[in-house]
Design a protein around this ligand. Structure first.
Ligand SMILES: CC(C)(COP(=O)(O)OP(=O)(O)OC[C@H]1O[C@@H](n2cnc3c(N)ncnc32)[C@H](O)[C@@H]1OP(=O)(O)O)[C@@H](O)C(=O)NCCC(=O)NCCS
Length: 396
């Protein structure tokens, strides 16, 4: 109890004043020190651990990139071999969980299924409660290894097909496509999937990464933090945008309808999926790399060439209309959906594939958060009126 003579201070005025300026959506706010990745939005550049994304997309593999993100350096040959062996050894998910996945409703969104599987995996992992850097690094490897298995298992079961077990002779991307679709994938499919996974592996302080950091900042466990990441990625303003791009292309229907559709949408101030970004005010470098793969597919698969032409026309019209004036350019989602649908991947599985990639970044960011943690606890601008009396229920 405060001494009666003590002057009680209040900070209510500071937070309830009519005009309190703050960064809505945390725009421009620096959240933490980080060395994991950096986006130079004006130059249209992305770096993982200082290395430009183009160099990784051209020369690296998903496994090597995941190692880089997690451990902060490119692995030596033996380190990479060991890391790949650990990933392979951790691909299986417990049979009890597979049995549960089989019972999931077939109509559930695959992101809901993935979120639930991550939660189940946490209950089966005794490393979960150790809270040591070593145990957390092991969990990171397990999560990266198991995400493709989880996504593929739900897909097989909801289609009424048999589960395809992980194949040790295949690397990460090839194994995922094999578990998901059945046959051994083509070289182009493997290269394109690996590039997609590399390009989506991390992206600085995006909303799902912040979600992971916020959850782990209470010293919760890694599985809880990753569940938050999956839940956050599910939204159409974040990971769900490539699904929206494909729905948009289907809605437009043909190349000849495209120009009118874009003009009408802009007149209605509709936010066209696959464009715009909080940080990039120029071309997202990942979009250009993915466009190259879409062009490679279009040469051998006629069915995507019209969709590619439509996408290119939308890009041209959008950049002409909003590029200079509002900094609206293509983002990573514009071409990724086209690539996935060429691989016969259903639209609602695009975001889970994003999660398969991003789990490496989430884990790296969580480990970094834990190494220099302070619990997140911001304030709000309170827009209510304080000190209202309590009205008894029969007088309301
Ligand atoms: C990514 C996104 C959520 C960023 O949101 P944000 O930083 O809050 O930007 P805003 O929504 O405030 O947009 C700023 C301006 O650009 C316009 N704009 C932004 N994205 C646009 C888009 N995709 N199509 C048309 N106009 C767009 C907004 O209408 C707004 O115009 P105004 O200033 O006249 O009101 C937003 O660009 C968007 O919804 N894009 C489509 C979804 C998408 O592709 N998401 C994937 C991101 S990787």
């Amino acid at each position: 109890m405060a001494n009666q003579n003590t002057q009680v201070k209040s900070e209510a005025a500071k937070y309830t004043a009519e005009k309190v300026s703050y960064a809505k959506g945390l725009e421009g706010v620096i959240l933490c020190d980080s060395q994991v990745s950096f986006v130079d939005g004006l130059a249209g550049k992305l770096f993982y651990r200082d290395i430009p994304i183009q160099e990784l997309a051209e020369n690296s593999t998903y496994e090597e990139t995941a190692y880089l993100l997690l451990f902060g350096k490119l692995p030596k040959r033996q380190e990479l071999e060991d890391f790949k062996a650990q990933l392979k050894a951790n691909r299986n998910i417990p049979n009890e969980i597979l049995e549960i996945i089989q019972k999931y409703p077939k109509h559930a969104h695959p992101m809901e299924a993935l979120r639930s599987i991550v939660s189940l995996l946490g209950m089966y992992d005794t490393d979960d409660e150790l809270h040591t850097p070593e145990a957390n690094a092991r969990i990171a490897i397990k999560l990266i290894a198991k995400f493709p298995t989880a996504v593929a298992a739900f897909e097989r079961f909801r289609q009424g097909k048999d589960y395809v077990a992980p194949e040790d002779n295949l690397d990460h991307s090839a194994n995922f496509l094999h578990m998901f679709r059945g046959p051994i994938p083509s070289d182009l499919d493997v290269r394109a999937m690996d590039a997609c996974l590399i390009l989506h592996a991390d992206h600085e302080m995006n909303v799902s990464t912040i979600s992971c950091r916020v959850v782990i900042s209470s010293l919760s466990d890694m599985y809880s933090a990753i569940c938050a990441g999956v839940g956050s990625l599910k939204g159409p303003l974040h990971g769900g945008a490539n699904e929206e791009v494909m729905k948009t292309l289907e809605e437009i229907g043909s190349l000849e309808n495209t120009e009118k559709w874009v003009k009408d949408s802009l007149a209605k101030h509709f936010k066209i999926p696959g464009f715009g970004h909080r940080v990039y005010k120029y071309y997202d470098p990942r979009a250009a790399i993915l466009k190259n793969f879409a062009e490679e597919y279009a040469k051998i698969k006629k069915e995507i060439s019209e969709k590619l032409q439509m996408t290119e026309l939308i890009e041209k019209l959008m950049v002409e209309s909003l590029g200079e004036s509002k900094g609206i350019y293509p983002n990573v989602d514009l071409y990724s959906g086209l690539i996935y649908s060429t691989m016969d991947i259903p639209k609602d599985q695009f975001t889970p594939i994003f999660a398969i990639a991003r789990v490496a970044g989430w884990c790296a960011q969580i480990l970094e958060q834990l190494a220099d943690n302070r619990i997140y606890r911001p304030r709000c601008h309170y827009t209510g009126t304080l000190d209202k009396p309590y009205i008894p229920i029969d007088k309301r």
